[in-house]
Design a protein around this ligand. Structure first.
Ligand SMILES: Nc1ncnc2c1ncn2[C@@H]1O[C@H](COP(=O)(O)OP(=O)(O)O)[C@@H](O)[C@H]1O
Ligand SMILES: [Mg+2]
Length: 221
């Protein structure tokens, strides 16, 4: 369960204070998916970062898996994220000097998964995303869609209970985007993962259990 209650966030710059999230509340039940819609600048990324503890709210509370994420810092926060949260971004952000298999293994290594179990899980994941043959490839040898599939495999390798995805299909053509989102929602349902994805693609929204629209930092429907 993710519970966001009355969360506000402003950024202060030399030009003054910009309110970005203004009193947002919503619940997302365990195992469900939510699409966060809204035009560019509406606050989607900021809200995802707040839920993932990467930003701190000015007011309100964020409870994920019974933990008050808005109060976690330092080691407690990194321990929580490493164990329970996966992040997927618009551009895969794969580590360019590591192979596909090593990229997918990365969160497993962080969680001290041993080499044999690691290899087994990576093999399974690559199979799942249809890239079993690309284990030894480097990120620069992949297409955009393949890159995002690998980034997705990496984001769920440690079987996080929560996946936070920030416009993961924004750089893909629509068929490739659909393929990735089918995979993300299907695997998420199978594994009981709570998935929060920012998007402005109506096709992505249609695949999620629920959708919310942000406008100027507020939920409008
Ligand atoms: N670290 C920051 N410092 C100052 N302003 C920021 C920062 N992050 C985001 N903003 C501002 O917050 C607004 C919402 O941004 P963002 O959450 O990235 O929206 P979206 O993801 O919907 O495009 C934008 O106007 C952006 O310029
Ligand atoms: Mg954004």
């Amino acid at each position: 369960m993710i519970r966001v209650e009355n969360v506000s966030k402003s950024f202060t710059s030399p030009r003054g204070v910009t309110p970005v999230i203004a009193g947002v509340s919503f619940d997302l039940e365990t195992g469900k998916s939510l699409a966060l819609m809204g035009r560019s600048g509406s606050g989607k990324t900021t809200l995802l970062y707040l839920v993932g503890g990467l930003e701190r709210p000015d007011t309100g509370s964020i409870i994920c898996l019974d933990r008050p994420v808005h109060t976690l810092t330092g080691r407690a926060l990194s321990r929580f994220l490493r164990a329970h949260v996966g992040f997927l971004f618009q551009f895969g952000n794969l580590l360019s000097c590591l192979t596909v298999a090593e990229n997918v293994a990365f969160p497993l290594r962080l969680n001290n998964v041993g080499p044999a179990e690691c290899a087994r899980r990576v093999g399974e994941l690559l199979e799942r995303i249809g890239l079993a043959g690309a284990a030894k490839a480097l990120p620069r040898e992949l297409s955009g869609g393949e890159t995002q599939r690998v980034a997705f495999a990496r984001s769920i390798a440690h079987r996080p209970q929560i996946l936070l995805a920030d416009e993961p299909t924004a750089s893909l053509d629509s068929a490739t985007a659909r393929n990735l989102m089918d995979l993300m929602f299907r695997v998420g349902r199978e594994e009981g993962r709570t998935t929060l994805t920012a998007t402005h693609d109506p096709e992505v929204t249609a695949l999620a259990d629920r959708a919310l629209r942000l406008e100027d930092g507020r939920i409008v429907d």
